[in-house]
Design a protein. Sequence first.
Length: 413
Amino acid sequence: MIRLALNSADGPSDFLSEFYISFWIPTAVLTAALVIKLPTIIRLWRDPLLRAVGGLLLLACGVFVFCSPSTIALVNRLVGVPNISAPWCYSLLTAFCGSCLLLIIAWRNGLSDRSATTRRAMRRVVAVYSGVIVALWVLFALADAPVERLRDLDTYYATTPFMREEILLYLLAHAVACLITSRLIWNWARTGLLDAWLRWGLRLLGVGYVLNLIFDASKLAAVTARWSGRDLDWLSTDLAPPVAAVSAILIAVGFILPHAGQYLHDRWRVRLAHRELRPLYQLLRNTSGDGVPFVLRATPELRLTRRETFIRDVLLPLARHLDTGLGARSYDAALALGHPPERARALAAAVSILDAIDGRARHPERAETSDGPDTTHLLQEIGAVSRAFRHPDEIEAVRARAAAPAESVAVHD
């Protein structure tokens, strides 16, 4: 996932130049992914898997920041060595590849997996990619690369001793890491014990790493073409960069989707539950003359809990006025009107609550002298009862049928 080249070369690359994607777009997406993950990483800092995700996203951001032509020129000028950015960018990319492999191994096997095979695989990854980074710097020190190249270094120095080996080494290390990571991801995504958010995140990661392989193939084709005297530089300078940018965006989204998707789903579920309780809450608030105080900085979960608590607190004393006979007749009436059992219970409870409110207004002394029926089921189903209050016409139909004399109902049927 590196772009060291993008120029306006003539030839087959003319139409590809129209698909230019700025370095800062994938950088922004990767930074957003890191920011989304950061609160969880800080809160659960002892979780090594979360730290690994944070480190990987930070490395990915570093790759795109330091591999932009403007940053390459700045680093070269500050250090005073032409093309010193090359081994630095290659090292960042190699470290990112190794981190991807380590993360997928740990993520797929789980942190509880301390088997010798898993530990041995992780040690090999660390040893191999650390060795590659050291070799990159050694090869650069041995090479002669005096001409600064900001955009086409890979193809410009493709035939230069030691630089040739360095370029080939980083591309092969990147390709091997992407190939193994892609295979592990797709094998994992095909297993059945995954939630939808994780499965889609893995699919995006898989596509992102496949695009990385296209990036490697483009670079390698352009470099090897130089060895035979042919010019396929456009593959490196015009095709590879947008492929790498799209790959980075997909990988960033793939990492944040399982977390962000589940988070947004939970938030939506809480807000939906809070909204569903509004009809019943409004009715009981008007009846009691009180309500839940609004707190600007309260979380959605806290607002839902307060609304649920208020509804149950008002229903408990109101239960002394519930007419169990009316509730049973209302349930039968709702079934007779064609409602399914669950809906019929909610409508019957709504009729009973309206009758209890009227009964308390007529006989307030019952609040102190009567215990009332069991309200366990009613208190557990406040969401369904509240939804029933969104259809007052259905409640009135059930109420009218339940209040009709048994004889007239039988004749009507």
